[in-house]
Design a protein around this ligand. Sequence first.
Ligand SMILES: [Fe+2]
Ligand SMILES: [Fe+2]
Length: 174
Amino acid sequence: MLSRAQALKLVDVHLAGSAVADHSIFVGDLMALLADLVRQDALLWQVTGYCHDLDILVTADTPSLHGPTAAQWLQGRLPPDALAAIAAHDHRSDIVAETALADGLKLADALAVFDLGVSRGVALQLRSSSAKVLVDRYLPPKPWLGTMIDGLSQSLGLSRLNLADCLDRLPRQR
Ligand SMILES: [Fe+2]
Ligand SMILES: [Fe+2]
């Protein structure tokens, strides 16, 4: 399996200096924290998060290939459940994966977009409000994020407090 350093190198090669590189690192680091809470393999979750958007620049015109392309590139370098999670993380691929890892990736991806779209102060209000309430109030252009965050955290057995505590431990994305 790819090491953490090898995965970060791939982010650099494919996404160098872009906002997606920063997003990918945030998603991976968030997944490592989430994995600890749900007693899963933190290194596998982190590396999967780092690599989940590697193909985003080359699939800009073919969104249904965003995810499957990166999964193909990573064949043999990540275990099958990680490849499936990456292939399925964007609904436009029409690929479904329902493991904890796949849910963790979708959750971390949604939380990263939420955290970037609102202030950190608002994100930390997850301690007292549902994501749906916060997204409806502070991020109306992306109404799907709230239901996604609430639903996926529930299916993983994570509380809103857990989510806020994880976000609180990470630096803001650029
Ligand atoms: Fe993506
Ligand atoms: Fe992403």
